[in-house]
Design a binder for this molecule. Structure first.
Ligand SMILES: [Zn+2]
Length: 225
């Protein structure tokens, strides 16, 4: 028995080594899903249910007017751990406003967010991506575009939006709108599909933190570098 035992240990070790994968596991891939123009009484609750079931956090760029109309949805978004951002008070293209008017609009939305969603730093996503250099420099929080445009508002097609999400690369910020049922369905299907492949979904703030990057006011980002 004394001679057999070391042999047994050796066999177990060898079997263990052979069971290891031939290559090291791939680095996890991180994506940030962002939803603009909400909260929507029709589709945001369905999206929040789906994200909760899957343990996924997203980022919501809310319109101030909608925030005032549906405060309970805003509080639910906050309570369930998602990031909230400022998408102006009434979705005006900021580049067509004077800098003073644009600041007043962004401040109005920021005010309702501070009141209804709690104190915090609410990053801005300019509607349509339109903003002037002067406005960008004058505002007090980071601003964010996107690096993947699903064109969901245009196609309203679950399969096309799903495919666009699935083509994202590590670190991408994906533009969606939770005011369309097709976008919500496509996002949840993509989460199910990509999660199986090791993709993790995080908020925009988390995505920047994972890259060790601090987003600053006066800058407009597409994604972390
Ligand atoms: Zn918008």
């Amino acid at each position: 028995m004394k001679r057999i035992l070391p042999l047994l240990v050796l066999c177990l070790l060898l079997t263990g080594c052979m069971a290891l994968p031939a290559t090291a596991p791939a680095e996890p891939m991180y994506l940030a899903l962002t939803f603009d123009d909400g909260p929507s009484p029709q589709y945001t609750p369905r999206l929040l249910d789906g994200l909760k079931q899957r343990g996924v956090h997203a980022t919501f760029f809310l319109i101030g007017q909608q925030v005032q109309d549906y405060p309970e949805l805003v509080q639910r978004i906050r309570a369930e751990g998602h990031q909230i951002g400022n998408h102006t008070y009434d979705h005006a293209p900021l580049d067509r406003l004077s800098c003073g008017e644009a600041m007043a609009d962004l401040s109005r939305c920021d005010g309702v967010l501070q009141k209804l969603a709690g104190e915090g730093t609410y990053w801005v996503r300019p509607p349509y991506g339109f903003i002037t250099e002067e406005e960008l420099a004058a505002w007090s929080t980071p601003m964010l575009y996107w690096s993947v445009d699903t064109c969901d508002w245009e196609c309203r097609d679950v399969q096309k939006v799903f495919s666009a999400i699935c083509q994202a690369r590590d670190g991408d910020v994906i533009l969606l709108h939770d005011c369309y049922g097709t976008s919500v369905e496509a996002a949840l299907q993509a989460i199910d599909c990509l999660s199986e492949q090791g993709v993790e979904f995080v908020t925009v703030e988390e995505l920047f933190a994972l890259r060790g990057q601090t987003a600053e006011a006066g800058h407009l980002y597409r994604r972390p570098e």
